[in-house]
Design a binder for this molecule. Structure first.
Ligand SMILES: NC(=O)c1ccc[n+]([C@@H]2O[C@H](COP(=O)([O-])OP(=O)(O)OC[C@H]3O[C@@H](n4cnc5c(N)ncnc54)[C@H](OP(=O)(O)O)[C@@H]3O)[C@@H](O)[C@H]2O)c1
Length: 305
């Protein structure tokens, strides 16, 4: 049986990737995380998954030599923009050097590699068309975007059969951890505070479970190069917040009262935060059977979609 290794399985997306792998593939699934912290399980076959804990920046080659995966999905990242600004060397190690080491191992051992990247490799320049396409050149505005763009380039320069999947703002079920765009808003409201959401920051958000299903389907197709996997709707963060509350049955007036509008310049962040990194997913839609869902549909409680 082939081994599929999911590297970085404890983050927001990781448990959804593990669940999609268990549901979709017959392979041995190994979930590799740095810490032993408990994470939500979004599938019904816990016996299918082997979990190991290792700091991948220290021991990547040894880990892969022991696991001998035929398929690798690299989700590990230093993914918070502020953490990357504070710790640029760690960002470089996790977001750029680790992908290089993984790509070298996969190239030597002919293992298929999917590297997860981000819409935030864009932002310093306008897209050539309405949304960013795969061949638009990266123009990152901060350490996170720069190191992820370097990670992408490292992967594709090292292993021609690798796939780089750029993801947009992710939302959805974080298993009560307050992670991701929608749970963060709900957590702030539960704490009795008013979420402040930018009206001038545009994204093409996608549900993490939906994104994970698409990533695992692309993994099975063994395609390579760049692909964008994003939601079909371009929304401001404020509009996205309204969608989160509407999906929970909050009426329009209450939803608008619950959220505060904000603007990047007002927050002093206009130079640091990309205004619009909307992704065009035409290529992915041509390859996938998994439908990329609008937030309005994906946010509905289970059974109502
Ligand atoms: N969330 C989003 O909105 C979003 C948007 C676009 C793209 N992405 C990309 O999608 C991927 C998954 O994102 P996410 O939101 O799930 O990120 P996340 O919640 O920050 O999870 C990243 C995971 O990487 C692990 N990791 C970091 N350094 C490691 C190391 N040295 N060894 C082993 N594991 C390590 C972390 O483990 P510890 O917690 O133990 O440190 C964490 O579990 C990332 O590549 C990210 O760049 C995410």
């Amino acid at each position: 049986m082939e081994t599929l290794a999911i590297l970085g399985s404890h983050g927001f997306l990781g448990p959804h990737l593990v669940a999609a792998a268990v549901r979709r593939t017959p392979h041995r699934v190994v979930a590799v995380a740095r810490t032993k912290d408990p994470v939500p399980v979004f599938h019904e076959e816990p016996g299918r998954v082997e979990a190991i804990e290792v700091d991948l920046t220290d021991r990547i080659e040894r880990t892969l030599d022991v696991l001998r995966p035929r398929r690798v999905v690299l989700s590990a990242a230093l993914s918070r923009v502020a953490d990357c600004e504070r710790e640029p060397e760690r960002a470089q190690a996790v977001n750029a050097d680790l992908p290089l080491a993984v790509a070298r191992w996969c190239s030597t051992n002919e293992a298929h590699l999917v590297y997860l990247s981000t819409d935030l490799v864009f932002g310093g320049r306008l897209p050539r068309q309405a949304r960013f396409q795969e061949d638009d050149p990266p123009a990152p505005l901060h350490v996170y975007g720069r190191t992820k763009a370097q990670g992408e380039a490292n992967v594709l320069a090292t292993w021609s059969r690798a796939l780089v999947v750029r993801l947009p703002l992710l939302f959805g079920d974080s298993g009560g951890r307050g992670l991701g765009a929608s749970d963060a808003i709900l957590e702030t409201l539960r704490a009795g505070r008013q979420p402040r959401l930018f009206e001038d920051e545009w994204r093409t958000p996608i549900d993490a479970e939906n994104a994970a299903a698409a990533v695992m389907e692309l993994e099975e197709l063994l395609v390579n190069g760049f692909v964008h996997v994003a939601g079909p709707q371009r929304l401001s963060r404020y509009e996205f917040g309204l969608e989160v509350l509407r999906a929970r049955g909050v009426d329009e007036e209450d939803a608008r009262a619950a959220l505060a509008k904000s603007w990047r310049a007002e927050a002093g962040l206009a130079d640091q935060r990309p205004a619009d990194v909307s992704l065009d997913s035409t290529r992915a839609r041509g390859w996938l059977r998994t439908e990329l869902l609008a937030p309005r549909v994906a946010l509905l409680p289970r059974g109502e979609a």
